[in-house]
Ligand binder design. Structure first.
Ligand code: ADP
Length: 155
């Protein structure tokens, strides 16, 4: 069974994240969406609400699950038996960051393979931080969110 951990802050989970999960399911049998709990600081949604939003999206899909973790991402991969780290890449800034993470992870956790998937072009401008900014200034982020998700239910 090929299990991938898709780690991130997911504050909140966006259309871009959803596209990476959808593509990842073509490669992996099982995807665990891992919310790093150290990301609660300076966050907008509580970790519990980030988790609830993702569960509302994937509750019916037995190939996708959500977990909150506190340890190093590579350690958590070992704990859940994930041999792959799934990440999304929008642009060269993401690339540089992800490449460095990959190099360090490879030194510390050589058995774990990082898989970077390209964001679909229509979602390259979407980020959790833009959504947080929109909300802070009273904007409606619905077009940037997965279908049927009303952010007001998670704030
Ligand atoms: P982190 O704080 O670890 O970057 P994020 O929740 O912002 O956590 O992102 C998690 C993963 O999703 C990262 O690999 C990031 O590059 C990717 N990602 C973020 N936004 C998008 C998007 N619009 N399309 C595809 N991937 C994205």
């Amino acid at each position: 069974m090929r299990t991938a951990l898709f780690p991130g802050s997911f504050d909140p989970f966006t259309l871009g994240h959803q596209a990476i999960v959808e593509d990842g399911l073509k490669i992996f049998d099982r995807i665990v969406i891992g919310i790093g709990s150290n990301s609660e600081k300076n966050g907008l949604l509580t970790v519990a609400n980030r988790r609830r939003l993702i569960e509302d999206l994937y509750g019916d899909n037995d190939r996708v699950s959500v977990a909150v973790y506190e340890e190093l991402t590579g350690e958590f991969c070992r704990q859940i038996g994930a041999s792959f780290l799934l990440r999304g890449m929008r642009n060269t800034v993401d690339y540089e960051y992800e490449r460095n993470m990959m190099v360090v992870n490879q030194m510390l956790f050589p058995e774990i393979t990082t898989v970077l998937l390209f964001t679909p072009p229509k979602y390259v401008a979407i980020s959790s931080s833009i959504i947080r900014e929109l909300i802070q200034f009273g904007g409606d982020p619905t077009p940037l969110m997965p279908d049927n998700i009303d952010i007001k239910n998670y704030l």
